[in-house]
Design a protein around this ligand. Structure first.
Ligand code: ADP
Ligand code: MG
Length: 254
């Protein structure tokens, strides 16, 4: 049951810098198996920095505090080791690879997650076809080439498909793209719902400033990140309060 189990993700007093500048200033957050948490916050609050730190991005330096997965300190783990341990982060694929199809890309990602040298193309195609059907995707999507004219919605489909196939324990989705349309938001919300039906213990941290995504997702927990710290946590009522009045109440007086 969500709420009773040991934490899946524990972020404790996390401080991190980007190019020497302090961005995260003591983040505390806990996600238990099966829970969906939303992290909201104004532009520049440090949301994407937190996602980057969770994936082990070399762009950020953790100066104090810790990130634990199942109680194990992963603060200094490489992105690969985290992925293998079941941490999934959207936007993991390199932006610029061309000539790689969705199916080729997913085959590599699945082999890495499962610690295998190789996976048969047949097996990958079979699992993909099943999930594409479940997620309402056109089967021709598998043959598309990564990032070649992908719309916002298609990028999201690729990410959600990746999440479904990798069977992560913790998924971190960062909605950094500006101008995500309602179609793309629905892809994310339906995708998370569908994958959770199959893997009820999946923990999700969805980073967003889109109220519409929150409405579609109905997270059990909502956190506000302002100026590098979590300034408030609650449920959907908190998201509605932000929608109605903005972040001013939580900003430090100038
Ligand atoms: P959010 O996702 O909440 O909009 P970000 O985490 O992207 O916020 O950015 C928070 C602050 O950190 C911003 O002032 C941004 O300029 C800075 N920042 C983020 N990433 C880097 C980086 N790689 N190098 C330098 N500064 C960065
Ligand atoms: Mg961002």
């Amino acid at each position: 049951m969500p709420g009773d189990s040991a934490p899946l993700l524990t972020i404790e007093n996390l401080h991190a810098t980007a190019q020497g500048a302090p961005i995260l200033k003591g983040v505390n957050l806990e996600v238990r198996p099966g829970e969906v948490h939303a992290l909201m916050g104004p532009n520049g609050a440090g949301k994407s920095t937190l996602a980057g730190v969770l994936m082990g991005s070399p762009a950020y330096e953790v100066t104090s505090g810790s990130v634990r997965l199942d109680g194990e300190d992963i603060t200094s783990w490489s992105p690969d080791a985290r992925a293998k341990a079941g941490v999934f982060l959207a936007f993991q694929y390199p932006e610029a690879i061309s000539g790689v199809s969705v199916v080729q890309f997913l085959r590599q990602a699945m082999a890495a997650r499962r610690g295998m040298e190789d996976l048969s193309v047949l097996e990958v195609r079979f699992e993909m076809a099943e999930w594409m059907e479940r997620l309402g995707m056109d089967q021709s999507f598998a043959e598309r080439h990564l990032n070649e004219g992908f719309s916002g919605g298609e990028k999201k489909r690729n990410e959600i498909l990746q999440m479904a196939l990798l069977r992560p324990r913790l998924a971190v989705l960062d909605e950094t793209d500006s101008g995500l349309d309602i179609d793309a938001l629905r892809v994310v919300a339906n995708g998370v719902r569908t994958v959770r039906e199959e893997h009820p213990s999946l923990g999700c941290l969805v980073i967003t400033h889109y109220q519409k995504l929150m409405d579609e997702l109905q997270p059990s927990h909502v956190h506000l990140l302002v100026d590098g710290t979590v300034v408030d946590s609650g449920d959907m009522a908190l998201a509605h309060e932000v929608e109605a009045s903005g972040y001013d109440k939580w900003r430090a007086p100038a």
